[in-house]
Design a protein around this ligand. Structure first.
Ligand SMILES: Nc1ccn([C@H]2C[C@H](O)[C@@H](COP(=O)(O)OP(=O)(O)OP(=O)(O)O)O2)c(=O)n1
Length: 151
């Protein structure tokens, strides 16, 4: 499973299944650091140091974001089904994926910043909405959109 180190990063260590989930893989979790505000600040410093803020208007950031989503999609293109954990991917393919996901996150956070959306708080509000729209008791095991429920 993934064990948190002092610096907030996770490291893979082997262990037997615990807590009654025998036979199922351990849940994957993120490191606790850096948080979204840390990443926002690192990217702000990166652009300031290069005098690139003049190019980073919301519309340009959106286009950059979509471009990176395209690069992310390329990694999955023509591969057919890909199982959780990407068991058939090489280390180098996994690292490319980590790069593209990071590019998407970096541009997403900067876009939110330049639009003055406090993204961590916005996510909390959206989760409340999602839970209200899709009560677990009602939709358990079904992937229908909320408009397809009749009652
Ligand atoms: N004007 C720019 C150019 C780059 N970056 C930063 C944010 C992204 O994390 C990364 C994007 O760099 P590239 O545009 O070079 O894209 P890739 O890293 O995907 O390279 P490639 O297009 O060769 O795959 O660098 C940025 O903030 N502003």
């Amino acid at each position: 499973y993934l064990k948190s180190k002092e610096n907030g990063t996770n490291t893979r260590v082997k262990s037997k299944p615990q807590n009654g989930r025998a036979g199922r893989p351990e849940k994957f979790t993120f490191s606790s650091k850096p948080n979204l505000e840390n990443i926002r600040r690192m990217q702000a410093e990166f652009t300031d140091e290069r005098d690139w803020n003049q190019f980073h208007q919301p519309r340009n950031l959106l286009l950059a974001l979509v471009g990176e989503v395209g690069e992310l999609a390329e990694l999955f293109q023509w591969r057919g089904g890909v199982a959780e954990g990407l068991p058939d991917w090489t280390e180098s393919e996994r690292e490319n994926l980590a790069h593209e996901l990071s590019d998407v996150l970096i541009y997403l956070l900067e876009l939110a910043e330049k639009c003055h959306v406090d993204l961590p708080q916005a996510v909390l509000r959206k989760m409340v909405q999602n839970r209200r729209k899709y009560p677990a008791s009602k939709v358990h095991g079904s992937a229908k959109k909320y408009t397809e429920y009749t009652d």
